[in-house]
Design a protein around this ligand. Structure first.
Ligand SMILES: [Zn+2]
Length: 231
């Protein structure tokens, strides 16, 4: 079974995975701005309408820049290591100013960042909807029952262990779905059987999709920002 051509991909073609309307284009499930060039081959693609295709890009750029600014401790483009993010900050001083505005110096001497939570949440749910639909061939159009977003470094050891562990799934996923292929024939090329995570780009983007009971999506961006979305 060729994991790049599964029947669930035919099914994707029937809906925009973000809103359920008829799709007119294809969208990368993983935002390209969150990945470095050259992009990995065979990036997951899902059906999208024009409105959804265009509506996330500013928020995606915001979260990509935010992560690198937090990691660098600065919004100065010269201090940023990722070329894409450096270029975005140079190109958009207003974006750099918006990120700078959420940085504050604490009395303790440390730096605190208070991101625009709605924007971060909107991108995380978008990633979740894309990857879940890609994996299972079914859209998750309802509001998630839980969205948790926090840096890996602030997790307790127990939280980290639970987050990294792949949930036990009582059943097997639908035959012909990507989730089934991962379990049965060694998976697609990004699937790491040791960790159970899909590593799209090393140290930049990894995710997992599982269905212990509810559908769960987890993602780690730049080995810094961790998020979990549950339906
Ligand atoms: Zn749409």
């Amino acid at each position: 079974m060729d994991p790049r051509k599964l029947f669930v991909d035919e099914r994707h073609a029937a809906f925009c995975v973000f809103c359920g309307n008829p799709p007119v284009t294809r969208e990368h499930a993983a935002s390209r701005v969150l990945l470095d060039d050259p992009l990995p081959d065979d990036l997951p693609l899902v059906g999208s309408c024009h409105r959804c295709n265009n509506s996330f890009s500013l928020d995606e750029e915001y979260i990509a820049c935010l992560i690198d600014c937090v990691l660098a401790g600065s919004t100065e483009p010269d201090s940023i290591s990722r070329p894409k993010v450096r270029a975005a900050l140079q190109h958009s001083p207003s974006l750099a100013a918006r990120i700078a505005a959420c940085r504050s110096n604490e009395a303790s001497g440390g730096i605190m960042w208070r991101p625009e939570e709605d924007r971060v949440r909107s991108v995380i749910i978008k990633l979740a909807r894309g990857h879940v639909a890609h994996q299972y061939g079914e859209p998750q159009l309802d509001e998630p029952s839980r969205v948790t977003i926090l840096p890996l470094v602030v997790m307790t050891d127990e939280q980290r262990e639970a987050f990294e562990a792949v949930p036990e799934c009582p059943g097997w996923p639908e035959i012909g779905s990507r989730a089934f292929v991962n379990l049965s024939v060694g998976g697609d090329r990004t699937y790491d059987p040791e960790s159970g995570w899909n590593v799209l780009q090393m140290r930049r983007y990894r995710y997992l999709v599982a269905q212990p009971v509810e559908v769960e999506f987890r993602v780690v961006l730049s080995e810094y920002l961790a998020a979990e979305v549950v339906w």
